[in-house]
Design a protein around this ligand. Structure first.
Ligand SMILES: [Zn+2]
Length: 142
């Protein structure tokens, strides 16, 4: 039983997945592993703490897989917010993020800016079974 925090890349960014993963990991302090084919059939990055293959260690003791949002340890929230900003800077196509308990599927897709999503994360309100579609906010800064 596991939580997976998955970043789905657009095909145009897939060739750069390793580079994106390394940069995001270096900046955020979290680990990012490339999955050539994520659950959505697109290249994906799996976000976790270093040394973990899943995102379970991000979850606080109060986390409940039936709740609407995920309770994560306060320490990891700014790291995850940093990772999101790093992804926004590097993914030309934008990206999708979901935090799903293994076997669950998103109930809804919500389009957000990276600022809004980072704010949600920092408040500890990352949604369960929600796929966040982050549209690129900085069109050509590389
Ligand atoms: Zn796990």
């Amino acid at each position: 039983m596991c939580l997976f925090l998955t970043v789905h890349l657009w095909p145009s960014d897939a060739p750069f997945a390793e580079r994106i993963a390394r940069a995001v990991a270096a900046e955020s302090g979290l680990a990012a592993h490339v999955a050539e084919r994520g659950p959505s059939g697109r290249a994906a990055l799996m976000i976790s703490e270093t040394g973990h293959g899943c995102a379970c260690s991000l979850l606080a003791d109060s986390a409940d897989w039936n709740a609407a949002t995920w309770d994560m340890w306060p320490k990891v929230l700014p790291e995850l917010a940093k990772a999101l900003h790093g992804l926004d800077t590097r993914c030309r196509g934008g990206f999708d993020l979901d935090a799903l308990w293994i076997g669950d599927a998103p109930r809804a897709t919500v389009t957000v800016t990276v600022k809004d999503l980072a704010r949600l994360v920092l408040r500890g309100q990352l949604g369960n079974k929600i796929r966040y579609r982050v549209q690129r906010t900085m069109p050509s800064a590389k």
